[in-house]
Design a protein around this ligand. Structure first.
Ligand code: FA5
Length: 354
């Protein structure tokens, strides 16, 4: 607030001095006087109102600069009057430049806290040997559901729980396609905003033979009501490691290393039994930090049906996958208690993360 206020005063000072110096007759000078020193709506008067928004602790500094500016502008008016009285014209040797004025401070921005978190996660998973892969946010049902062992009748595919796109078929402009299985059949079906980054597991395995060691970070979409811990658009980090002889112990070690590096503390990991159609067994991942257990996401060993869908041999390869909420991780790290703060674009919140 203080920086904004001071920047406004600097601009006002420069404009006023230029206007008074370039006034070539009494009428122009009077117009400039009204513009800058007018009692009702002069720019100095408007700037004075901004003083009210400055934090209490910064008020003395802001007030001092305001008074200094007022004196400066009044002096410039007097000088211009004297100049016109003496018969001299406008000062025409270029725009005003007062080397004694404080400079106009440009406001420095920085990366959004979630972008900072994403970059940090990429960096530390990169050091564990995981490469970063991107996937599309608009997905077909094959990658979002079927290949992930989520069949047509599964409740997760309910249109009310997903953001389906209005395809030609849905709008009634095309004949409905037969429901089939496999990527080709899914391409002919509906598109939706992906509800999880697990879609990227499929896209990678379809194209790459094992071994695979990747992470993917990006936006996902669910029609959840926004509250302190939920938002309809949020970010996930997905991890996938496939090779011969991979076990749950590898999953736990990687997650523990990951959490300890991110929180820069000795973080413990706890697995609670859970269910995801694309992992077997499946777990919820909790992390203990600062004396509390916190749920961060889901994980498990890749289900053999998923391997079959992408053409991997489940007798030869095993693998683990995990998916964590980036907002939740960032909230824990910075003690943010409401996820909605990330999306309000309120500079007072954001500037704490320089
Ligand atoms: C999944 O999305 C699974 N794809 C995770 C997974 C990946 C399991 C790989 C097994 C193997 P879940 O729906 O629980 O799981 O979401 C994972 C995390 O996303 C949650 O723990 C939470 O941290 C975050 N999350 C879920 N919904 C929201 C939301 N509306 N707003 C913010 N974060 C959310």
């Amino acid at each position: 607030m203080l920086a904004e206020f001071l920047a406004e005063l600097d601009q006002l000072s420069c404009d006023a001095l230029t206007a008074f110096q370039s006034a070539g007759d009494v009428a122009a000078l009077e117009a400039a006087r009204i513009e800058f020193l007018g009692m009702k709506s002069g720019r100095l008067k408007s700037a004075q109102k901004g003083l009210g928004a400055v934090d209490k602790a910064d008020k003395p500094k802001a007030g001092q600069r305001f008074n200094q500016l007022k004196q400066q502008i009044e002096a410039a008016l007097e000088a211009a009057q004297a100049r016109l009285d003496s018969g001299a014209g406008a000062v025409t040797d270029g725009p005003c430049f007062d080397p004694t004025l404080p400079g106009i401070r440009p406001r420095l921005g920085h990366l959004h806290p979630l972008t900072q978190t994403i970059e940090e996660l990429k960096d530390l998973m990169g050091r564990l040997g995981f490469s970063v892969v991107d996937g599309p946010e608009v997905e077909d049902e094959w990658h979002n559901f079927e290949a992930l062992n989520i069949p047509l009748e599964h409740p997760a595919r309910n249109p009310l729980d997903n953001f389906y796109l209005a395809t030609a078929q849905r709008l009634g402009c095309a004949k409905p396609q037969a429901v089939g299985t496999g990527p080709q059949a899914a391409e002919e079906k509906e598109l939706l905003l992906r509800s999880q980054t697990s879609t990227v597991q499929i896209r990678v395995m379809e194209k790459t033979p094992p071994p695979v060691r990747i992470i993917s970070l990006g936006r996902v979409y669910r029609p959840d009501d926004a509250d302190a811990t939920h938002y309809p658009m949020f970010h996930q980090i997905e991890g996938l490691l496939v090779d011969r002889g991979i076990t749950m112990a590898d999953l736990k070690s990687v997650l523990r290393l990951f959490a300890s590096s991110f929180f820069q503390d000795d973080v413990h990991i706890r697995f609670r039994p859970s269910f995801f159609p694309f992992t077997e067994p499946s777990v919820e991942v909790d992390m203990s930090w600062q004396g509390r257990w916190i749920e961060m996401g889901g994980a498990g060993m890749v289900d053999p049906n998923v391997f079959r869908a992408v053409g991997y041999d489940p007798e030869e390869y095993t693998g683990f996958a995990f998916g964590l909420g980036v907002e939740r991780v960032c909230m824990r790290r910075h003690n943010v208690t409401d996820i909605r703060e990330f999306y309000k674009n309120d500079v007072r919140f954001l500037e704490q993360f320089t």
